[in-house]
Design a protein around this ligand. Structure first.
Ligand code: KIV
Length: 255
């Protein structure tokens, strides 16, 4: 087994809550690795926060490989999870081929969006020995069909569907499952029902870990911050102020 992933496999039994952040480039990966994150996610959220797209639906395999390589160069310790982007895992064969490409780029595990609907793709990947993190609840790659980022699991039926999804990905061999925008009560019940850790985002405090987009945590994308993100820095403001001070220094002839 990949030794970097070992802490993820044992975390739930140890009662250790997983702290996961996204990274898309060398310096960020290196900083977050040094800070002690439990895992780095090369998320397809890079479509928005790095590439300036409106959502994740334009991100390609080439984008993910490019950024996974950069993150791998900056990481010594933390396991790297890389997202399979939209249209890269339509069939089990395609899912496996593209998972292999992300692993060759330096990922320790891959992630894809879907529950019961994607159990065959997950089983194909995990069956070949590639570790996989699943992603259920709000699925950003489906945002256009869904008409927005909506909370999941609001009714008993919807909560049951999420539990079915969670059980399906666990049975298919996922090592963990991201739950995005899931009603906290449903997220708590799913976390209690699974052996594998749940990693929540906007799903309340009772998941087995939390994941955030680094730009949301560090205030690096000041034009939009999701309600649940609670930034702990204002890096965007600091960069803008440093740039303005530099402009002033040059324009005034000090440099
Ligand atoms: O792409 C991403 O960053 C993600 C997180 C929001 C979980 O999938």
């Amino acid at each position: 087994m990949n030794a970097r992933l070992e802490p993820l496999f044992t975390a739930k039994a140890r009662g250790h809550k997983l702290a996961v952040l996204t990274a898309y480039d060398y310096p960020t990966a290196r900083l977050l690795d040094e800070a002690g994150v439990d895992a780095l996610l090369v998320g397809d959220s890079l479509g928005m926060v790095v590439l300036g797209y409106p959502d994740t639906t334009l991100v390609t395999m080439d984008d993910m490989i490019h950024h996974t390589r950069a993150v791998a160069r900056g990481t010594q310790r933390a396991p790297i999870i890389a997202d399979l982007p939209i249209h890269s895992y339509g069939t089990p064969e395609q899912a496996l081929a593209n998972a292999r490409r992300l692993m060759e780029a330096g990922a320790d595990a891959v992630k894809l969006e879907g529950g019961v609907s994607h159990a065959a793709q997950i089983a194909a990947i995990t069956g070949s020995g590639i570790p996989l993190v699943a992603h259920i609840g709000m699925l950003p790659q489906s945002v256009r069909e869904e008409g927005g980022y909506k909370i999941k699991g609001k009714t008993p039926e919807a909560a049951q569907q999420l539990l079915d999804d969670a059980r399906a990905v666990e049975a298919a061999g996922a090592l963990a499952v991201v739950m995005e925008l899931v009603k906290p009560e449903a997220a708590r019940a799913i976390s209690a029902a699974l052996r594998i850790p749940t990693i929540g985002i906007g799903s309340g405090p009772d998941c087995d870990g939390q994941v955030l987009v680094i730009h949301d945590l560090a205030g690096l994308f000041p034009w939009f911050t999701p309600k649940f993100a609670k930034p702990l820095a204002a890096a965007g403001v600091a960069i803008r102020e440093a740039a303005a001070a530099f402009v002033e220094r040059v324009h005034s002839g000090q440099d």
